[in-house]
Design a protein around this ligand. Sequence first.
Ligand SMILES: [Zn+2]
Length: 140
Amino acid sequence: MESPPTPPMENHTKAMNRRTPLSRTTPLRPVSAKQRGAKGRLGNAYRVVDAGPRACFACGSSFQLTHSHTLTQKQFPRHAANPANVVLECIGCHALYEHNKAGYALRFPEAFAAKLATIRQLEPQYYALQALKHPNLFTV
Ligand SMILES: [Zn+2]
């Protein structure tokens, strides 16, 4: 029996040399069902948030809005797709909240108080711990 002809090596090499990301050449991307589900749930949460006011939660701007998690996705994956844990924030305010909570609290006391209320509601134990660690920040 004859085996089917193998494709010329030349073509194969050409394909390998193209500078196209593998993610775009591979038809089946290595994304698990679990990952797809998580992404879908996150998308649903974002749609809920997007249906609300299209303005930065902190400064009110409508420019370059992003989805900002009050409790981080990494630390609290169980709240990642909870719309109550997500607000719209412009890039600047999002970055400020992420990297400088004290600065955010000083500049946007009302928004920060609202976020504290969310944290207290979603993770009361974590809230109590943070309130002990940062008594000046957690004054709600
Ligand atoms: Zn803003």
